[in-house]
Every structure is written in structure tokens, then in C-alpha cells.
Design a protein around this ligand. Sequence first.
Ligand SMILES: NC(=O)c1ccc[n+]([C@@H]2O[C@H](COP(=O)([O-])OP(=O)(O)OC[C@H]3O[C@@H](n4cnc5c(N)ncnc54)[C@H](OP(=O)(O)O)[C@@H]3O)[C@@H](O)[C@H]2O)c1
Length: 336
Amino acid sequence: MEAASLTIDASDVPATPGIGVGTWAWGNQFLWGYDPDQDAELEACFRRAVERGLLFFDTADSYGTGRFHGRSESLLGRFCASLEPTRREALTVATKLAPFPWRLGRRGYRSAFEASCLRLQGKLDLVQLHWSTARYLPWQELPLLEGLADLVQEGRVAGLGVSNLGPKRLRWLHGHLAERGVPLRSVQVQLSLLSPDPIAPGGVAEVCRELGIALIAYSPMALGLLARPAGVAPALSGAPRGLLARRVWPRIQPLLAVMETIARSRGGDVAAVALNWCRAHGALPLAGLRRVSQVDAAAAALSWQLSEAERQELDSLSRTCVAAGGAMPANPFQSA
Ligand SMILES: NC(=O)c1ccc[n+]([C@@H]2O[C@H](COP(=O)([O-])OP(=O)(O)OC[C@H]3O[C@@H](n4cnc5c(N)ncnc54)[C@H](OP(=O)(O)O)[C@@H]3O)[C@@H](O)[C@H]2O)c1
């Protein structure tokens, strides 16, 4: 497989990053109610995203539950393969490999990597460690990462990234890779107005700026809660999202009201405000998209930016919501 050039390379990440497309829902029945009947709409989403300049796609080998194992990568691979080569080359496709307990040692990811390459039909630009094992098997992740660095040095994939790492572990792993001359391109963490920890002083964002690592924000719309106008509670698919909405929704109304005012002034949606808040903090948000209208709302955010005053007001409301119990649950696999 040819290693395509990476637009996510931290050295050329623009001051205000673009917007990526997250594909967790593409194959996940449990949380997102996926059904193969949705595939035509997902393909339409993909094509619209490419047309509108959303050129970074994120998937994972664990996306797709039960009999839909690997479905997100397979769909993305099929959609990419249907593009003409020059358009396909312009995309960056990133996958994440799960550090399951049976994936051990420097070659522990080899067969998983080959399987992902097959499902993605050879279009893979960035491979990421999906989560940190620091809290339960602290010795597992470094050899796995070494194995991914081998793949970069063998020219099998252009870039290497990590996910769900805190500032301390990020700095430590970056140092190991730097000794081998393999750059750590990116780190993906939960970051939204309801999960602002990475932008706190001493947080992941600060380490990224210092070490030249691209910051990628996942769940930037808090699973959709920051993509709806204030008022009537939304009916969200999947029992876990319903439970989350019941707890969080009443506590975020003042934030949503301000987001709506900003959205109206730009002729856009609340979703665009959530995405542009991440961009204002130097992160590339991964918007989970599964409908063409959602792609259009996300792409519209590319045409404007928050003012400094708007960003500060949202920062302050974010802190208030979190203090009032409106925070998203932290990822249990996130390291310190
Ligand atoms: N590294 C990790 O551990 C990790 C963890 C989580 C996610 N991720 C990545 O990050 C991506 C994004 O995160 P996410 O999917 O968790 O959450 P998200 O982007 O915060 O929310 C996605 C959901 O918001 C709703 N939405 C999107 N646009 C909307 C709009 N314009 N109006 C109203 N609702 C809208 C949709 O739900 P409905 O269709 O139900 O309305 C959509 O599925 C994932 O797809 C995945 O690639 C990574």
C-alpha cells in the first residue's frame, strides 16, 4: 500500500483546523441503531462530505457490533474505492486499533492492521492506538506502539497517532517514539463544551502545542446533545444516550441558548457552534455524521469562526455546566 501524504501532520495543521467525519455510528447497532438499510444514506453522506471539503475520516477496527464487526471500515473502504483516484488521494483516512488483552507484544497488532487494510481497500493514512491500557495493563501499550512505529518505518502507513491519553502518558510515549525518529502525529481525546478537560492548564492541548502533535476532538457535539436547540428534550436513539440526555439536558439549557444566538447570527446550526468551539481551541473536531443534512450543517461551520469574545463566553458557560453536573462521562480508559 502506498503511504499517502498526511494533511494531519502537525507541522502543517493550520491555526484553525478543519473538520473531520467520525464513523462510529456506521455499523453500531447498540448505541446508534445501525441497520444496513442505512448504507445508501451513509454513502450519500460520504460523497457530500467530500464535495463540501470534509476530507478527514476517522474509523476503528472495533466499530461495528456483533454480526456487523468491522462494518465501519468496510463501508468507508468501499466508498473511498468508488472515488476517482485523485479525489481519493486528497482524503485522509484514519483508523484506530483496539488494544484488546490478547493483542500483545511488538507484533500484537500485525494481523489487526492487515485486516483493517483489507477492509479499507488499502486507503489508510493514519493508524492510532485506540485507548490507553495504563490503568489495567500498563506494560501492554508501549510494545504495541513500537509495532505501529515499525509499520511506519516499513512504509506501510504514513502516520501514527494515539487516543485517550492524558498529558503525562502522552509526553512519555512521544519521547519513546522520538528516540526512534518516528513522529507522533496526533492524539484523539474527548473534547467538547461538556468535556473541556483537555484545554485546562497543563492538559493535553498544552502538551500538543509544545510538542507539535495535532489535537483531534472526539464527541465534539456530546453525542448530539450540543447539536439541538434549547427547549424540548431530544429523543436520542439508543438507551445509553437516552439516559445521558435525561441527566445532562436540563443542566445545559443556558449554554444552548447562547449557542443558538451565535448560530442565528451566522445563519447556521447549534452543531456548527459546537464544532467551531473546538476549532477555536486548536483542535480538529470529528463530527459523527450519518445524514446528509448533518453533513451540510457541519460543513457550514467551515465558512466562519467564533470571535474571541464568543469563545470566552462559551468557555465560561462550559465551566458552569460542568460544575452543575452537566459534564459528559469521562472515558474510563483515558490515562493520566
Ligand atoms: N477515540 C475514541 O475513543 C472515540 C470515542 C468516541 C468517538 N470517537 C470518534 O469521534 C466521532 C464523533 O463522536 P461521536 O459520534 O461520539 O459524537 P458527536 O460527533 O458528538 O455526535 C454525533 C451525533 O450527533 C448528532 N448530530 C450530528 N450532526 C447533527 C446536526 N447537525 N443536528 C442534530 N444532530 C446532529 C447525530 O446523532 P443522530 O443522528 O442520532 O441525531 C450524530 O450521530 C465518532 O464517530 C468516532 O469517529 C472516538
